[in-house]
Structure formats: C-alpha cells, structure tokens
Design a protein around this ligand. Structure first.
Ligand code: GTP
Ligand code: MG
Length: 445
C-alpha cells in the first residue's frame, strides 16, 4: 500500500489561515482520528481537531474531504484549514505523523501523485509549477493555459494521429502477402505524417516567445567604462541597485533586476564596462559582460554623449542593439541636435535629470510585447517541449525520406516520432526528467 503523505500546503507561518493536506489510502483514517468522523464529501465542515491519544483539542478547523479518484491527486485527500500559528501547525503535523502509514510529503509529491494517477500530464505539471512561479500577468496567463492542457492536449492528439498512421502501415505489413496492399496504405500514412509535421513546425516557429515569457526578456546594458550604465539602471528601476562611481571599472559582477513592464517580465542586466585591463578581477567582469551582452534578447549600448565618436557595439548583434546616449544634461545644443538626428534606435537620456528615461521604458515595454507576443498563449514554453517536438519532426522527416523503401522502416520512424510526443506528455520513459521537474516544486504542492 502506498504511503499517505501530509504537508503544510499554504505559505510560511504565522498567517491567518494555514492549509494542511493529507493524501493517500490512510487519509480517511487520519480525518477519523483527528475529527472523530469522516465529514460529507466536498463540503466545508466546521470541526474541532483533537489530539487522537488524549482527546485534547488542537484547533477549530474547516475540514474538506475529497474521496479519490475525484480528488486533485486521484487518491483520498483531506484538507484541514486551521489557524495559521506555528504551534497549531506543528501540533496538527505531529498528530498526523502518528497516524499509521502517514509520513511528511516530499517537495512536489502531491503533484507527482496526480501525475502518476493520470490526473495531470507532464505539460500540465509544468504549467502548474509555472503558475506558482508566475510574477507577471502575461506569465500567469501562459501558465494557466498550459495547466489547462494547451500543449498537452495538442501533443496527445498529434500522438493519436501518429499511432493511427503507424497502424495503417503495420496493417499493410501484416497483410503483405495479399498483393500491393502496403503501397496503398503507406501513401495515406505518409500524407498524415506530412500534415502533422506541418502543424508541429508551425508551432515551433514562434520566435521562442513562450520560453521568453517564462524566463523573462533579458535586456543587457553594456558599453565602455563610465558610460553611465549603472546610473541608468538605477534610474530605470528607481532604486540604488548598482554601485555608481566616477572611477571607471566600478561594476564587476553582472547585476540583475527583474521588472514587470505592462505584464511582461523583463530582466535588466548591468555589466562591467568593456575595456582591456590588467586587473584579473575586472578582466573576469569584462568576460562576463561580453557573455551577457551576447546572450541578451536586447542590448542597450550606452555611450557618453560627450564622446564625439563613441565606442562601437560588439558585432553579431544585428537587430538587437539600441544605442543609448547618456549624460544628456552635460550636452550643448549642437551635440543634442546631432544625437537627436541619429535615428529611432538612438535614445538620448540623462540619469541625473531623468530626461528620456520614460520614453526608453515605454519603448522597452513595446519591444517586450512584440518579442514575447501579447497575443495568444504560445504552445511551447520550455526547452524540453522544443526538444521533443524537434525530435518528432526529425523522425517524421526520416519517415518521409524512407517512402518507397521497406515499410518497416517508415513504421519504425513513425513509432519514434510518436515516442518523442509520448515523452513530451510524460507517457513513456520519462523517469529521468521527472525528478528534474518535480524538484522545482515546494513541499505541500
Ligand atoms: N552629469 C551626469 N553624470 C552622470 C550621468 N550618469 C552617470 N554619470 C556619472 O558618470 C560616472 C560613471 O557612472 P556609472 O553609472 O558608475 O558608469 P558605469 O558605466 O556603470 O561605469 P563602470 O561600472 O565603471 O563601467 C559617475 O560619476 C556618475 O555620477 C548623467 O546622466 N549625468
Ligand atoms: Mg557600472
């Protein structure tokens, strides 16, 4: 018999209310011991929880009884809503620990049971983790769509169609002693595979907006030392996140600040000024700065407005660089006019007076909405999804290339394509990824 697990599922005490969940075959026994009876299913019932050994009251609680399989985990589950004091919670957990077959849950174990019982596929599990981790509106919407099966249902439908196509060919192989049947069956199977391939390729061609939304759009501030990168960052986020000084080479480590720009998550990264240096610590900072600039979704290339020519941003960032001219407060009219005519991707700013900062932030918000896509939620929200779908497409390509050859090869490639989709939803050999995914959860979820 499986263990019965219990945990505090609500946030850190003390709080007004704490939710303690119990799930597993002994959940009914646990509620009987603490409450004296099993309350009506799926109704909030007011009850006194008692220490089973002594009968001493622990707290007055709302008790919710969800008999399996129609529960979140699929097993019998009880939820106690108690007063959220530390001693109350400790007493309830201690009493549960003395119920035979009950033990504290591990991180993500309730959700793991829901997965094992077929209540959630793997993409829904990931959606749930993302919903708990969502910081912005757009992230919340995307996570909720994933929890609702946006990708999971689609992938399962694709998988069923693949199984159908594979079955056509395998039927042909079985009847191959009856003249010409295979050829007639391989054609329709490959046509179905080609249609599937087109749908999957379309889903992949999304500019990675789902993954971007999950991770946040990364915007790096880079440029020569003393350009005013840290000052601009502080002004943009309205706090002293980074150290500013008149000494060139002040910033060493990259400094990250997370922002919510109109519901879009944006991570601003301040970096060390780029220059040749003998100082080994600064040199490491410069190396990191180059890495962050190269990996950023968007690079703000800062340069002091008083420098007539200015430094040139690194190569290979075409279309991802905006020039930000700093210290506008120190410029005379001629210099201002010159910069003002430098094009739409040039922003004239002053961290001292705040000039140009609001316009820069608005431009960033618009760019984030474009890059992340404010429209329909994306199907692909994790690298794992992308890898599985790419593997599916590769197998479908091999199946198509095998047309005209032995049917067994085509059937095998279709099977491999279906297997990649099966892994995506967590139906086949996923033990290795499960631990990684459930590790992200907190205890009690
Ligand atoms: N007048 C004026 N001075 C500024 C402005 N922004 C920054 N400074 C000054 O420029 C100097 C360098 O600023 P930082 O923000 O530390 O420059 P940085 O690019 O982060 O420099 P490193 O970290 O050394 O690469 C400081 O003395 C700032 O006070 C501005 O808008 N106007
Ligand atoms: Mg700095």
């Amino acid at each position: 018999m499986a263990d019965t697990i219990f945990a505090l599922s609500s946030g850190r005490p003390p709080a007004a209310i704490a939710v303690v969940r119990v799930s597993g075959p002994q959940a009914g026994e646990a509620v009987r011991r603490l409450v004296g009876r099993v309350p009506e299913a799926r109704r909030a019932t007011l009850a006194v929880l008692r220490e089973p050994a002594t009968g001493e009251p622990i707290d007055q609680a709302l008790v919710l009884w969800f008999p399996g399989p129609a529960s979140e985990t699929g097993d019998d589950t009880v939820e106690f809503q108690v007063h959220g004091g530390r001693a109350v919670i400790a007493a309830v957990l201690a009493a549960l620990g003395r119920v035979p077959g009950c033990r504290p849950a591990e991180a993500g174990e309730f959700t793991r049971r829901a997965f094992d019982n077929g209540r959630l596929d793997l993409t829904r599990v990931e959606g749930l983790a993302d919903l708990i981790g969502a910081d912005t509106e757009a992230q919340r919407r995307q996570a909720l769509a994933q929890l609702g099966g946006l990708l999971g249902d689609k992938a399962e439908a694709w998988r069923q169609r693949l199984i159908g196509a594979q079955a056509l060919i395998e039927a042909g192989i079985d009847f191959s002693d009856e003249a010409d049947v295979p050829g007639e069956l391989v054609g329709p199977a490959l046509a179905e595979a080609a249609a599937l391939r087109a749908e999957i390729v379309a889903a992949l061609a999304d500019g990675r907006r789902g993954e971007r939304l999950r991770d946040g759009l990364v915007v790096a501030l880079a440029g020569p030392p003393n350009a005013g990168k840290s000052s601009l960052l502080n002004r943009m986020v309205r706090r002293e996140a980074a150290i500013v000084s008149a000494l060139p080479g002040t910033t060493r480590d990259a400094i990250e600040v997370h922002l919510d720009l109109g519901g879009q998550p944006v991570t601003l990264v301040d970096t060390a000024g780029l220059r040749e240096t003998d100082d080994p610590v600064e040199r490491e900072g410069v190396r990191r700065a180059r890495d962050r600039a190269a990996a950023a979704d968007l690079l703000l290339w800062l340069q002091d407005g008083a420098e007539p020519h200015g430094a040139v941003p690194p190569d290979g960032l075409a279309g991802r660089v905006w020039r930000v001219v700093t210290k506008a407060d120190l410029l005379d009219e001629a210099a201002r006019t010159r910069w003002a005519g430098a094009g739409t991707d040039t922003h004239l700013t002053s961290a001292r007076t705040g000039e140009g900062i609001a316009a820069l932030m608005e431009a960033l918000e618009r760019a984030a909405a474009t890059l992340i896509g404010a429209g329909d939620p994306a199907l692909v929200t994790r690298a794992r999804h992308r890898a599985a779908l790419e593997e599916t497409v590769a197998a479908l390509d091999r199946a198509a290339a095998g047309a005209g050859g032995p049917e067994e090869i085509v059937a095998e490639e279709l099977r491999l394509a279906g297997r990649a989709l099966g892994r995506l939803v967590g139906r086949v050999d996923v033990e290795d990824v499960l631990d990684v995914i459930f590790r992200d959860f907190c205890i009690g979820k």
